[in-house]
Design a protein around this ligand. Structure first.
Ligand SMILES: Nc1ncnc2c1ncn2[C@@H]1O[C@H](COP(=O)(O)OP(=O)(O)OP(=O)(O)O)[C@@H](O)[C@H]1O
Ligand SMILES: [Mg+2]
Length: 557
């Protein structure tokens, strides 16, 4: 018997629209909110990156406090307080109560956050697991502080605000207090404390205080008092845009003609390239960009691909800097030896500027506790200074570390060596492999840069290890010679009539000289204390600002 067809009119009754909030409510794993431990760390990450981004944008040295309280079984409260610019009455609701709202998504700029779903994702999860609102206290430099409670109306994806009050005491910054169920706190390598430790390493200008559910306390002090050079907004390079992106941009542009839209809103598109594009497309570039069709946009992208543009502008990037990484690795990891390198900016996939920073810390407390005894290799991965703790096996950074022939650098076994490898990838467009934003795609240019910097660090470590071994050998020889010194000194005293003490010192000096020990020790010491002075860093900072000012005045003319 043939089955009866269900008619489209019948199915139409089931046809409904969904808001983005409803979508993410069902697919919270896309925001990294899955796994009980991972969820907890992800929420801390979202709040802390927001605080750091906000402070950086406002030129404020960040003071961040993270407190986690255990309220019941798999039930916690997370409180994050910062001294940032704060939010206004108008923006605070959207910041915490509307998905895909924020100050970052529409700008091409190197920041930790990108989408506008971090803070509001937290509110949604709190509401879903506890039925409670998120409490926010926020104040700006000039205005009065306010406190309020926020939930999201998932049907409309709009914030619902209750209990809004002005606060009498002075407060500048943002404090968010949110409760979550089905989460677990652990002091593990993927837990909040390790997340904050790594955040501190990559953000030496931040002061981060932590209080855990069992009374654990940690304070990561600033190791430098200078705010990082502000990342600058960049324009997309023509080799890095898709048809869809071009259409979206054309809807928001201020330009009245396609020609000026292409010239003003993209990187490296001068008059000559516009003339070339004009010849390659079938429509008039005097057209209103808002009227661009899909087909026309496709024509432009095709033309883009055929033109040799200058490589993208890279001065919008803001690396941490070799000296600063060195300083914080020394302060927080406490190794014997550190070498760091900040590579020059490069471009991947033809259109996206990026930069790699690598640091290697060896000996002392470097590495992580190995399963048995001793210490083993620890890889610390970062994207725009935010730690990537999960999906450690996949992605460009892990792959690059694995691909280096460490044996050539005297490292026989990565499972038994006190070694920490620090890698920071910076870009306005981090090519994440998945929505969880934990692994970076292994684009050719990225792999090349990673390998070059890792090998450079490997070589420096090898030299250090070799020198240390030589020192150890010589010290053993020294001990051997020292054993005979008293006897020789006594004999010499009888012959020469000199004092025994005087003879002993002379002989010891002679042994040291012959073995070249003094020089060796000096060299090792020098390596450990390469220039870390604040003055040098300050100089770099001010000259960068001067350049900015000069450029601004030139542009304004
Ligand atoms: N602590 C804070 N201080 C000041 N502004 C904040 C703070 N937290 C959030 N905001 C504002 O709220 C917006 C939304 O934050 P949210 O975390 O949801 O998105 P995002 O940071 O823009 O991107 P992402 O989803 O990648 O985190 C931010 O863009 C920022 O403007
Ligand atoms: Mg965010």
């Amino acid at each position: 018997m043939a089955m009866e067809h269900i008619q489209a009119e019948e199915l139409a009754k089931e046809f409904k629209e969904h808001s983005v909030a409803e979508f993410f409510k069902k697919n919270k794993q896309m925001l990294g909110l899955y796994g009980k431990i991972r969820t907890m760390t992800t929420i801390v990450h979202e709040y802390v990156t927001n605080s750091l981004d906000a402070c950086e944008e406002s030129n404020i040295l960040p003071n961040i406090e993270v407190q986690i309280k255990e309220l019941g079984n798999e039930y916690y409260e997370i409180i994050v307080t910062d001294n940032g610019p704060g939010l206004t009455e108008k923006t605070v609701g959207k910041a915490f109560g509307q998905l895909l709202a924020g100050t970052k998504f529409h700008r091409m700029i190197q920041m930790r956050g990108q989408q506008g779903i971090g803070a509001s994702g937290g509110t949604m999860l709190s509401q879903m697991t506890t039925g409670k609102a998120v409490k926010v206290l926020t104040g700006t430099e000039k205005g009065k502080a306010i406190s309020l409670e926020i939930t999201i109306d998932p049907k409309k994806n709009v914030p619902k605000i209750t209990n809004m009050q002005t606060v009498e005491r002075k407060f500048q910054g943002t404090k968010v207090q949110a409760k979550f169920k089905d989460v677990i706190y652990r002091d593990s390598s993927t837990g909040p404390l390790e997340y904050l430790r790594r955040t501190a390493i990559a953000n030496p200008h931040a002061r981060i205080k932590f209080k855990g559910p069992k009374g654990q306390k940690a304070l990561f002090k600033r190791t430098i008092k200078i705010i990082p050079k502000k990342a600058k907004e960049m324009k997309p390079h023509p080799h890095g845009v898709t048809v869809d992106e071009l259409i979206s941009m054309s809807k928001y542009t201020d330009a009245k003609k396609v020609a000026s839209f292409l010239k003003n809103d993209f990187d490296r598109t001068g008059s000559t390239s516009i003339e070339k594009i004009e010849k390659k497309v079938k429509f008039d570039l005097n057209k209103d960009p808002k009227q661009l069709s899909w087909q026309e946009s496709e024509e432009i992208i095709k033309a883009f691909k055929k033109i040799d543009f200058i490589a993208p502008n890279t001065d919008g990037l803001s690396p941490i800097g070799e000296n600063r990484i060195k300083k914080s690795l020394n302060a927080i990891v406490a190794p014997e030896f550190v070498h760091t390198i900040t590579r020059k900016p490069k471009v991947y996939a033809g259109g996206f500027p990026f930069q790699i920073e690598v640091g290697i810390a060896y000996g002392g407390n470097a590495g992580k506790k190995a399963d048995g005894e001793g210490r083993s290799l620890e890889i610390m991965r970062f994207a725009n200074r935010a730690p990537l703790l999960f999906d450690a096996g996949s992605g460009a950074i892990s792959k690059a570390v694995q691909s280096v022939e460490w044996k050539r650098y005297g490292v026989r076994d990565l499972d038994s060596i006190p070694l920490t490898v620090f890698v920071n990838f910076i870009s306005a467009h981090v090519p994440y492999m998945g929505a969880g934003k934990q692994a970076i795609a292994d684009e050719d240019e990225i792999m090349e840069e990673l390998r070059l910097s890792l090998m450079d660090c490997g070589r420096k470590t090898a030299t250090y290890i070799k020198r240390k071994l030589r020192e150890k050998e010589r010290l053993m020889q020294q001990d051997m010679f020292y054993k005979y010194i008293p006897e020789i000194a006594r004999a010499l005293k009888n012959i020469t009539g000199e004092k025994e003490e005087f003879l002993t010192t002379k002989l010891e000096k002679l042994v040291k000289e012959k073995l070249g020990l003094e020089k060796l020790q000096e060299n090792l010491k020098q390596e450990e204390t390469e220039p870390l002075e604040n003055e040098v860093i300050e100089e770099v900072e001010t000259s960068g600002e001067k350049e900015d000012k000069e450029k601004n005045t030139k542009e304004n003319k």
